[in-house]
Write a protein that binds this ligand. Sequence first.
Ligand code: SF4
Length: 416
Amino acid sequence: MMETRCSQLPRLFKCAASVLGEDISVEHDQEAAEFGKTMHPELGNIVEGKPYDPTVLRDPSLVAKASDMLDYAHGIWHSDLEKYFPSPQVEAMVDVPIKGYGNLVGTLDVLSQIDEHRANIADWKTGIVQGYEHQGAGYAYSVWVRMGRPEDTRISVTMVYLWHRHWTVKKYLAADLRAWEHDLIHNALGAGPNSYRTGEHCSYCPKRHSCKARRSVVSGTVDALCWGQQGDPEHGEFFERAKASMMSETASTAELADLVKMLMHRVLLVRRAADEVWDLVRTTVGRLGDIRLDDETVVALKTHEKTKVRDAQSVYRFLVERVGEEAAQGCIDISIGRMKQAQRRSANGIGVSPSTAVAGLMEHLKQNRWTEQSDVQTLREMAIPVEKDITDDPAVASGSLGNSNAGPGGGQRSAE
Ligand code: SF4
C-alpha cells in the first residue's frame, strides 16, 4: 500500500515526481539527518522535564551548536509553550488513510490532545527553514482524521526553528483541513509519478542524480549560457528573450517577476551542479595527493593558515604593553552576533525572555551610539507573510502563543 510520510509533504507539493516517481533516491545530507536524529531524544527530554545533554553528539564540533539549540528549546518550551501542552505525548505516531491514496504516516514531536476535537502539536526543526507549512498541515490533518474528522475541530501546529531561533503557530479548523486534503489529493498525489516540476528545490531532492527533468534544464541552461541561440534552441531563445525584457524600459512587473524566477532557478541548479564537481575534485586531490595536469600545472590543495584569538583578555593586555592603549583599542573587534549570544544566555539571570534581553541590549547600544548601522544590499528571496488571521483562540490572540501574523513565514523572531 502506498505510504506518504508527513516529512515528504513539502517536496511532494513542489514536485510530485520527487516523492512518487521511480527515479533512484540518494539521501545527500546524511550529516544533517544524523544531527536531527540525535537531537530529537534530547528535545523529548526537555518536554518531559528530564535533563538534556548536548554531548550525545559524537562530533565535538557539533556540541556547541547542539547546546545552543537545546538551550533555546528549553527556554522557549518552559517560558512560552509548555502551558499549551497539557499531558504532552512525545514522538506520537500517526498513520491515517487518505481517501484512495494510501496512508499518511508521521511522527509528531509533541502532541497534546486537549479533548475529543482539539489538539496542539509542536514540531522541532533543527535544519534550515524551507516550506514546512505542508508538513504542519499533514500533522494536523492526521490528528483530525484520527479524531474522526470532527466539524468543530481546532488544531494548532507550532513549528520551532531552533537554528533560526524563531517559532510560528498555525491553527487549523475543519474547513482548512478539508481544503488542504483536496489540494493533497488533486494537486499533489493526484498529479502522479510523471509530474516533474524543476526549481530550486531540486538541489535538495534525493532523486536529483537520476532525474531527467533536472538534467534537461541544467544541460539546456549550460548550453544557452555558453552558446546562446547557437546552442540548444529552446533554452537559448529563452535566455535571449529574458535578457531583452530585463533591459527593456517597458517590461511589466509581472513579466519581470516570472523571468527573474525562471532565471534564478536555472542558474542555481547549474551552480549547484558545478559546486558538486568542484567538491569532488577537491576530495580526490585530498585523497590521492597532487595531480599533474601538464608540464606546467599541478592541481594541489593549498592550506590557508587561519589564526584565531583564543584568549582575548590576555592578548589585549599584552597588546597595550606593546603598542599602547590607543593603538590596541583600534584592534578590538566585538562581534554583534557573539554579544547577542552572550545576552541570550544570561537572559534568565535578569528575569526576561532571551529575545527581550537581546532587544534591550541592541536598544542600549543604539541609544549610546556605540554601534552604527550600514546597509548592505544582497539578493535574497523573502517569504511574503500570509494574510490570514488564524488567531480566533483568545489565548493566541492575546499574543501569548505566537503573534497575530503567525503562520508560514510569520511568528516570533529573535532580534537577530
Ligand atoms: S530533481 Fe527536481 S524535477 Fe527531478 S524529481 Fe527532484 S524535485 Fe522533481
